[in-house]
Design a protein around this ligand. Structure first.
Ligand SMILES: C[S@@+](CC[C@H](N)C(=O)[O-])C[C@H]1O[C@@H](n2cnc3c(N)ncnc32)[C@H](O)[C@@H]1O
Length: 256
């Protein structure tokens, strides 16, 4: 797929315009990048990893093979895909996101091994400095989940957390994931179903509607869990966002 430009080592597979940048809340450094950095890169703030329940659900379904193409969509600051890249050092791992600011933070921490200071003093939590890693089998690129820069049947494992309810067209995103997933591969999704679009609340509820959609696309459902809880900490007074998430693992049949 075309690379429109590269900024700070991050390829743009989507030609993101100035107006798209301005409309995108995830490009807001203070609000979004600092929050995501605190959540995923500085467990010191919380004495635990707030997204551990996502990992606990997913890791039972990780591949047995050591050499894989692994892709995370909506990777944010990159912690999940980085954990896979470290677990499978012979794999080729990509983190894809639509926000340049998220990807810049992900690359500086996980690939360039930089030291990062995260200031949560406005939330009563102080300042933490964390030192990044230099993971060589990990790449980050800007693209939309609905239009991926990967060949058909090219990915052995696709991951996504807190993304599909953000998509303008979740069906299009899931269909694109099906296209790039290899036969025998798996897609693992965890989502709070906290849709941006009013119509999607009706269209995809109850969650069995999503099961019907997945089967219509051609996926085979391998695991389904409707009670994954993520408590996203907000500040130093113990306030948090309590997310009730759906998790599913789907496969693409080898004989398709
Ligand atoms: C709520 S954050 C979740 C980040 C991380 N996966 C997590 O679980 O904390 C949503 C992420 O998806 C990205 N995103 C939103 N729409 C996207 C799209 N169409 N394609 C790819 N990424 C997208 C955002 O830039 C943001 O980093």
């Amino acid at each position: 797929m075309t690379v429109y430009r590269t900024r700070k080592g991050i390829p743009f597979f989507h030609d993101k315009t100035e107006s798209e940048f301005q409309k995108d809340v995830y490009e807001r450094y203070d609000e979004m990048v600092i929050r995501q950095s605190a959540l995923h890169l500085a467990d010191e703030f919380w004495y635990k990893y707030p997204f551990q329940s996502v990992i606990d659900f997913a890791e039972k379904h990780y591949p047995l093979e050591r050499e894989n193409n692994i892709l995370e969509l909506g990777c944010g600051v990159g912690r999940w895909i980085a954990s896979l890249a470290q677990k499978y050092p012979k794999s080729n791992c990509w983190g894809i996101d639509y926000s340049y600011q998220m990807l810049k933070r992900a690359k500086e921490y996980w690939v360039d091994g930089k030291e990062i200071t995260i200031d949560l003093s406005k939330r009563g939590l102080g300042v933490e400095t964390v030192i990044g890693k230099k993971i060589s089998n990990l790449n980050f690129g800007l693209a939309k989940a609905e239009n991926l820069p990967f060949d058909d049947n090219s990915q052995d494992l696709i991951l996504s957390s807190f993304l599909i309810d953000r998509l303008a067209d979740p069906e299009k995103g899931l269909t694109e994931m099906f296209r790039v997933l290899n036969a025998g591969g798996k897609l693992i999704v965890v989502t709070p179903l906290n849709f941006d679009n009013a119509a999607h609340w009706k269209l995809y509820y109850p969650p069995s509607q999503i099961a019907i959609l997945l089967e219509k696309i051609g996926f085979e459902i391998l695991a389904w869990k409707e009670d994954i809880v993520v408590d996203e900490p907000l500040d130093g007074h113990g306030n948090n966002l309590h997310w009730n998430c759906l998790g599913f693992v789907v496969g693409k049949n080898r004989c398709m």
